[in-house]
Design a protein around this ligand. Sequence first.
Ligand code: PLP
Length: 361
Amino acid sequence: MNQIAPQPGIMEIALYQGGKASVEGVSNVIKLSSNENPFGPSEAAQEAVRRAAREMHRYPSTDHAELRAAIAEVHGLDARQIICGVGSDEIIHFLCQAYAGPGDEVIHTEHGFAMYRISALAAGATPVEVPEQERVTDVDAILAAAGPKTKLVFLANPNNPTGTMIGLAEIERLAEGLPPQAILVLDGAYAEYVEGYDGGAALAGSRSNVVMTRTFSKLYGLGGMRVGWGYGSQEIIDVLNRIRGPFNLSTVALAAAEAAIRDTAYVERCRSENTRLRNWLAEALAEHGVPSDASTANFVLARFGSPEEAAACDAFLQSEGLIVRRVAGYNLPAALRITVGDEPSCRRVAHVIGRFKAGER
Ligand SMILES: Cc1ncc(COP(=O)(O)O)c(C=O)c1O
């Protein structure tokens, strides 16, 4: 008998399905499936990468002091309370590894990001899915589900793939009402897209049971560089640093992220273009009979009449060289998540969906 076996929970993990990047037989595709910045990285970030490439033979910094200082300066935070990771995925992973294990529960919402479940299972903990209200986080449902076994509560705000968000007063009520051993993780992967929203930074800075995670993969256009960060009490950040690999971020990735966050003019331009094009896309889809919830992120969750119609529209889009995201795995089989692209891409996706709704298949 084979006695080699993985830890409990590992075999329950379904492999993460990333957004498709190509369609067989179709060239020049437009990829609107992974919520990437359609304008790419800033010139400053590209230049920083070119410069850092000359130092590739050197090991990178272990404490990420320069990047943490840049993040702290731009966001008005305490650099000692920041940890950087290989994408915010790694911060999510550290949190589960450090705070949850067999017998513990990790709460995520009904349509929450897939990595919460994956990281909870990888740590041997039990993921607990809590219903949302019409694709919006339901604080009362989370509070009702939280108990003595709850160690972590993951909340993406804005949420992916719904695009909806809840206000800070509701988040504060949630943090206040959780059992004392539980940490509320506010995932702010899309926080930068929301004008005037700090992603929960002030809350994470003042409450010992709140951690905020952020990423360079979306608005900053660095998905391929894999840089994210977390912000919380010094005690929690100290715990997470103990399990972080000393050289988890490359010299090149660190340089790109630092330049990207300091290029505030570029960030602002990308943010305002996203808002303009997202609103245009949502309205254009609605005119074609495809509703969506008011999105606060860089994508729109387009709702169709049935799972079959969503699948047929996805196939039609692909045949026209447009790749969007099926979200059946997020309990949303009748929806397609469409990343807000540049203006020609938004016009093209709206036009093709219009043709589909008019009966063309
Ligand atoms: C809600 C949410 N959190 C976290 C992530 C992870 O981002 P990254 O690991 O690229 O920082 C994503 C990426 O899609 C996301 O949608």
